[in-house]
Design a protein around this ligand. Structure first.
Ligand code: PLP
Length: 226
């Protein structure tokens, strides 16, 4: 079943890439494995998925310990500073950096293991108070400047979660605004940011059209979470 889901998913992604002139190969498809049994991860891996994402620090650590294939691990959820220690060894990317304090702690822990940690800055593009992530140009500039000066951190791009709605225009605007933030940072700091992590089961096709490089997909691969 997972195998079929992945085939359907890949077909849809490929078709959308074609219709909007993008290259399928420049997309990283992250299987979001939260709440899934380890067997399911093997099934996904058998269908050529090699990027996995978790949103809780302890569960991330458990999955990494249980799953004995060399895959790319992404931490995608809200991260408290006291839990950085659970994920720092295995996380190739941390998608959800939204404060100076967190960036500082990641830098500190990465330094201890001599690692340059790739991070994304999480932006709140939906203006919902309940969502994590930073808002406003000033805060984003401040966090970017601070993080990019840290020795053991590499800022690779931006991440967002679109609001939960059926209104395609609202979702699209949220993705557009992430892309605009990326362009603003690139211009202001004369730099290049590689990644835009945006798009989940409900909205990944829109995200592709708006320039996503990383899709974080759970339900479309594994079915509804229990
Ligand atoms: C759960 C989760 C996803 C995947 O959600 P689906 O709708 O199941 O595809 C993506 N990103 C984050 C941050 C998540 O927590």
């Amino acid at each position: 079943m997972i195998k079929d889901n992945i085939k359907i998913l890949f077909d849809k992604i490929e078709q959308r890439c074609e219709s909007c002139g993008r290259d399928f190969n420049e997309l990283t498809i992250i299987a979001v494995t939260k709440n899934q049994l380890i067997e399911k991860l093997y099934e996904a891996h058998d269908s050529a998925l090699i990027h996995f994402g978790e949103n809780k620090a302890q569960e991330f650590k458990q999955k990494v310990e249980l799953f004995n294939k060399p895959v790319h691990w992404h931490f995608i959820g809200h991260l408290q500073t006291n839990k950085v220690k659970y994920i720092i060894d295995a996380a190739e990317f941390i998608h959800s950096v939204d404060s100076l304090k967190l960036a500082e702690e990641i830098n500190k822990k990465a330094n201890l293991i001599n690692k340059k940690q790739k991070i994304l800055l999480q932006i709140n593009t939906s203006l919902e108070e309940s969502k994590f992530g930073i808002i406003s140009d000033d805060n984003i500039f401040e966090l970017y400047e601070f993080s990019s000066r840290l020795e053991n951190i590499s800022v690779e791009g931006l991440m967002t979660m679109a609001p939960f709605t059926d209104d395609e225009k609202i979702i699209r605007n949220s993705f557009k605004s992430l892309r605009f933030f990326k362009e603003k940072l690139e211009q202001k700091y004369n730099t290049k940011l590689n990644e835009l992590s945006m798009g989940m089961t409900n909205d990944y096709l829109i995200a592709i059209e708006e320039g996503a490089t990383m899709l974080r997909i759970g339900t479309a691969i594994f079915g509804e979470r229990s």
